[in-house]
Design a protein around this ligand. Structure first.
Ligand code: FAD
Length: 220
């Protein structure tokens, strides 16, 4: 078994995003919005793109943001985290299956608070025993993986692919980067925000300033 301390094993990659023929995501959104007030499709310069994307955010005309999509590949999160993630219904997910993938050498995400606490030894012992019993059941082939997995704790590591349109991604970030959100999904959401901001700096600027640049944020 392998132990991941906090978000030590977290890896978030942006593997795909909507790219127009010319320019980036911000341009795609601004030029999509522009047709609502123009007789023909138009090409906008950088200044107009910035103005329009910021105006859409200010006015709450967010449906235009749905034209851009982001696909993330995430590993090193627990099933505790992925369970919270998939509550966001306007996204698409593909998650590693515990029916088909053998978890004979499992990774467990262990919260920082456990390390150094009076419970650390007992906690690790329970993980070890669960992993050992799982392996034993699967190796005998008398118990199928889909049943053996019931013994595995929620801290077991998972891998998932997430596709969100930019409107849903902004909503997800608002909820999950907030200090009231749980630390693991919050850390993951912040990584997603950083990656999205690189590709759509105008669209995600407000959220980036609020959640990434905010020096008063003690939970980072
Ligand atoms: C800090 C925190 C604590 C939480 N604690 C709990 C908890 O204790 N228990 C619990 O069960 N959940 C909890 N949740 C999950 C929460 O209740 C939501 O299920 C989750 O955040 C998804 O939010 P959402 O529905 O806005 O988003 P999404 O599913 O991503 O949907 C986006 C938006 O689309 C619209 N929408 C989507 N589906 C519908 C629909 N069927 N009808 C109408 N409008 C729709 C809504 O405007 C919604 O805001 C918590 C979430 C957070 C952030």
């Amino acid at each position: 078994m392998e132990i991941c301390r906090g978000s030590q094993c977290l890896n978030v990659e942006l593997v795909a995003y909507s790219l127009p023929r010319e320019g980036g995501v911000d341009k795609l959104i601004a030029e999509s919005a522009a047709i609502s007030h123009a007789p023909e499709f138009r090409t906008l310069n950088d200044e107009r793109v910035k103005h329009l994307v910021n105006l859409l955010k200010k006015l709450g005309h967010e449906s235009v943001f749905e034209h851009a999509c982001f696909t993330f590949r995430v590993e090193g999160i627990s099933r505790v985290c992925s369970h919270q993630l998939v509550r966001h219904r306007l996204a698409s997910y593909t998650q590693q299956s515990q029916r088909y993938v053998s978890l004979k050498n499992p990774k467990f995400i262990v919260p920082e608070s456990i390390f150094g606490s009076e419970f650390e030894e007992e906690y690790m012992d329970v993980l070890e025993r669960a992993a050992t019993l799982y392996r034993k059941m699967v190796e005998t082939k008398k118990i199928r993986k889909e049943d053996a997995r019931f013994i595995l704790p929620q801290g077991i590591e998972t891998k998932i692919i997430i596709t969100m349109n930019a409107r849903e991604l902004r909503h997800f970030i608002e909820l999950r980067c907030d200090p009231s959100a749980q630390w693991e999904i919050r850390t993951m959401a912040k990584e997603m925000l950083k990656l999205a901001h690189e590709k759509a700096p105008i669209l995600f600027e407000d959220l980036y300033e609020k959640f990434i640049l905010d020096k008063s944020d003690q939970q980072l």
